[in-house]
Ligand binder design. Structure first.
Ligand code: PAF
Length: 280
């Protein structure tokens, strides 16, 4: 089976990137936690359009999971991931825990702005500090020209872009569109947790976003539309964490479509928490 080349140390990563740079190549990084699906591969393909060499990092980052979350059972499929990346990426960076967080590790990125707007942060209060810290490390370890993140995790994309700007990290942060199943469900490594019955219900999330967006574009009152959307999701069997209309850049609450806006949702089906978003 063909496999992408791998390195598991910062040193190995830096040597590879330095040799490409010495040859005048542009380098892209796609940070992932593995369990790669077509959504991740579309980020890799986008990175390939933006650079001559593509590094995919695969690291299940413990600091972005709360103690009650699924860190221990998060899917780990390194062999399959490396096979999927063969011929698509140039290098997989697969650091062990000790490489990323050596003994005595004591530093965390502290965030406000889009990380503190009452969306994911309200339900996962330590999540973005973990994400931002590991992404800052990955960007400093790889020093890519560009890094590609999925719009599926829209708040994460905005948090990372803000952090990169604020900390003068040199990589350009690029978002890439969400990849969906034929029935509209956004691809996610966590979809595998859905029972058959839940999987059949799951596309309601995207359909509800689309219905709400259509009503907003038709000029209906945002509060009414949001309330109807939440009710539709509850009726379908979701426990809704939030369904919100936000400014597409700052993620601040908005009550209309005067500026580019984004509809974001998080809802649980049984034990599985799904998130999605669309432009309005
Ligand atoms: O989106 C993810 O998979 C993770 O949050 C990321 C960006 C790889 C950081 O661990």
């Amino acid at each position: 089976m063909d496999r992408v080349a791998t390195v598991d140390t910062v040193r190995g990563l830096r040597e590879a990137v330095a040799s490409w740079r010495a040859a005048g190549k542009r380098v892209a990084l796609v940070p992932t936690m593995g369990a790669l699906h077509e959504g991740h591969l579309s980020l890799v393909d986008r990175a390939r359009e933006l650079a001559d060499r593509v590094v995919v990092s695969i690291f299940v980052n413990p600091t972005q999971f709360a103690p009650n979350e699924d860190f221990s059972k998060y899917p780990r499929t390194l062999d399959e991931d490396c096979a999927k990346l063969a011929g698509r990426a140039d290098l997989a960076y697969t650091p062990l825990l000790e490489e990323m967080y050596p003994a005595g590790f004591a530093t965390t990125v502290s965030l406000a702005g889009p990380a503190a707007v009452g969306l994911e942060d309200a339900f996962r209060p330590t999540h973005f500090a973990g994400v931002a810290t590991v992404v800052a490390k990955l960007l400093l370890q790889a020093l890519p020209d560009v890094a590609v993140f999925g719009e599926k995790d829209y708040q994460q994309l905005k948090v990372v872009a803000r952090m990169a700007r604020d900390l003068d990290l040199t990589a350009e942060i690029v978002g890439a569109p969400t990849v969906r199943e034929a029935d509209g469900l956004a691809l996610s490594s966590r979809n595998r947790y859905l029972s058959q019955e839940e999987r059949a219900l799951a596309p309601t999330l995207y359909r509800t976003l689309q219905d709400c967006a259509a009503r907003l574009r038709a000029g209906e009152d945002a509060a009414t539309v949001m309330a109807a959307g939440e009710a539709a999701l509850a009726t379908a069997g979701f426990a809704v964490d939030y369904l919100a209309l936000r400014d597409a850049e700052t993620l601040a609450p908005v009550s209309g479509l005067a500026a580019p806006a984004r509809l974001l949702v998080a809802a649980r089906l049984g034990v599985t928490r799904l998130i999605d978003n669309i432009a309005v």
